[in-house]
Design a protein around this ligand. Sequence first.
Ligand SMILES: [Mg+2]
Length: 216
Amino acid sequence: MKKTNSDHFIQVIIFDMDWTLYPMDGDCFKESSIWKHIIFSYKKLIIEKMNANPFQADEYYNALLKNEKTYWTSMTRVLWEQFNMTREEIIKYTWWTMNLDFIYFCENNIKKLFNIMKKKWILLFLVTSAPYIWSKKVISYLQIEDFFEKIFTAEDFSRDKTLIFNEIIKLTKINPSNILSVWDQYNSDILPAKLLWMRTYHVNKINPIEHLIKEI
Ligand SMILES: [Mg+2]
């Protein structure tokens, strides 16, 4: 069957942030300098709060977080409860102190891509499991913060993206087949979008973000 123009018509694009809009060191979050920096910051916090030496901080960290080492949000919760701090204080201590050098911006001309999408009247959304302050820091550095209709961060959802995908469908009233979802992780991100009948673009070494232009 011959495809019509409407089969290809993308009206909304949902973007992931880290490893999708730009490459970073390490192949995933747990292998990245971001993760190393967060763990370093947790231990630094333990040293300060408990007046501990680095060895004691290591031991305390391992005992305190042994059941929580799967995800940064649960580790953050344990620490704010432990030290009577707010979530924001912990996030500022860990994510906000992070250097943008971990991100390899230079090869991507991401702003140019966003300008092309804007000229085509495509509505853009950012959905990231990172906290708001990190997202804000990164997208303002990339000069793309004004392009998004709405930004969803770790503050808005737990790990399952389906709720947010449905919210975007409701908000835009656009058929999922005209929504393109762009991610670097298959199981946690591409798959839930496919299950809602969205179109997907899997960013990887074969399909870098720059080649997205061919899809729109
Ligand atoms: Mg990602």
